[in-house]
Design a protein around this ligand. Structure first.
Ligand SMILES: Cc1ncc(COP(=O)(O)O)c(C=O)c1O
Length: 415
């Protein structure tokens, strides 16, 4: 079990209060709080090793070591090789960078498959590339009852002319965890490139690109307790199929081959520290030893986080279910909670999402209103105009916080 007080003490921001009112962070799906060791690692880099890499002097050599360490940490995080990792500003820009490279040999008559569940970061880059190449865009729909992708329709949507399939691992609106392994297998069967957006799964689940069988996968460090940066897995097989994205003098080897310009070395150090934090959770829970390999500790840490988040999800759903007029846009069945992350989008009859979020904000409870760039699912649900409330729980949230949120929602809605 996760020792919640010890875990919370690892996040300096969780101790903050405003006019004596503690902050309640339920906004992690948009951006999580940052582990203290991340702040420390970034500060250390900017004070003690602030240089470009590739030089012969002390701080430059230290920077090179930071890059190597960060690539190794990200490779352990994804379960891939160090030369299959790219760091970038955020997932959206990484996908926009990759799209024209991947699309360079697409032809009219080809098609790509996207989903109606994805964040637009995993839709627009591929859609724009398809439009530029005269390629058809198809959509995989999701079921309004089960909140699951309609995988049974894949045989009708994927054919010999399908060049790429892009799917989200966990939805930032519905919370659904998708069977990305099945989708990637269907893509592979026709030689299509498979792309996975793991931004909403990475803070909660152990990512395994080998098991998923994808060609490309990205996650954003600022959603998994790190700095504003993103990491991307690019399978060696995919690297061999695409042109480089580099200036002529830079080395034609990973990661520079696909990461133009000087990266944020401090963000690399911070991302490695965020991964170390997730691994530490296993030690904190007593299910992994400090001497075990990083990947083993990550598995233990994320399993402990998942168990804790499952408890919070159960508690929240029970509380939300006791309020009248609630519509939850996602899986509510207690027997299916393993099919979702603890991200909940809901509406309460008679109360706008904006009003609920504002009244929670007045209580120092941070939740989102709107549609969070989940443009396609918001279109399906008719939420692009009115929006909905979104709360997300992660391993640093406590049962007491969830109880306080339910009490506040009851008060706001007059119950
Ligand atoms: C599922 C999903 N994909 C992609 C993104 C975009 O990530 P970034 O801000 O790193 O571009 C988000 C951000 O909320 C997201 O939730």
């Amino acid at each position: 079990m996760l020792p919640i007080d010890t875990v919370r003490a690892a996040f300096p921001a969780l101790a903050l209060a405003d006019n004596g009112v503690p902050r309640h962070y339920f906004d992690a799906p948009a951006g999580s709080q940052v582990a203290g060791r991340v702040v420390q690692a970034m500060s250390d880099v900017m004070i003690g090793a602030c240089a470009n890499d590739g030089g012969l002097f002390r701080t430059s050599q230290a920077t090179g070591a930071i890059v190597d360490h960060a690539l190794a940490a990200a490779a352990a995080f994804f379960n891939c090789e160090d030369d299959e990792v790219v760091f970038g500003l955020n997932t959206t820009s990484l996908f926009f960078q990759m799209a024209p490279l991947i699309a360079h040999d697409w032809r009219p008559g080809d098609n790509i498959l996207l989903t109606r569940m994805d964040h637009d970061a995993n839709v627009s880059p591929w859609m724009q590339a398809a439009q530029a190449r005269g390629v058809e865009v198809r959509f995989l729909e999701w079921d309004r009852e089960s909140f699951a992708l309609r995988l049974e329709t894949l045989p009708d949507l994927i054919d010999a002319r399908t060049r790429a399939v892009a799917v989200g691992h966990a939805s930032n609106m519905l919370g659904t965890i998708n069977d990305v392994t099945a989708v990637c297998a269907a893509a592979r069967a026709v030689g299509a490139i498979s792309i996975v957006d793991a931004v909403q799964s990475a803070p909660h689940l152990l990512i395994d690109v080998a098991a998923i069988g994808c060609d490309l996968l990205a996650a954003s460090a600022y959603k998994f307790f790190g700095p504003h940066a993103a990491i991307m897995f690019v399978a060696r097989a995919l690297q061999a199929r695409i042109p480089p994205l580099k200036v002529r003098p830079s080395v034609d080897a990973m990661p520079t081959r696909l990461s133009p310009g000087t990266p944020s070395f401090e963000a690399m150090a911070g991302t490695a520290a965020a991964i170390a934090h997730l691994a530490w959770l296993g030690e904190a829970a007593g299910t992994a030893g400090a001497d075990q390999p990083l990947r083993t500790r990550l598995a233990a840490g994320l399993a402990a986080a998942q168990a804790h988040e499952l408890d919070l999800a159960r508690q929240f759903l029970a509380g939300l279910g006791s309020l009248p007029g609630v519509t939850l846009h996602g899986i509510a069945n207690p027997n299916r909670l393993h099919e979702r992350v603890a991200t909940f989008t809901f509406e309460i009859a008679g109360h706008s999402a904006d009003a609920i979020a504002a009244q929670l904000a007045a209580r120092n409870m941070f939740v989102w209103n709107g549609y969070y760039y989940a443009w396609e699912p918001a279109g399906v649900l008719g939420l692009r105009e009115r929006g909905a409330v979104r709360v997300g729980f992660t391993h640093y949230n406590s049962a007491a916080e969830v109880a306080a949120l339910i009490t506040a929602l009851a008060a706001i809605t007059g119950n």
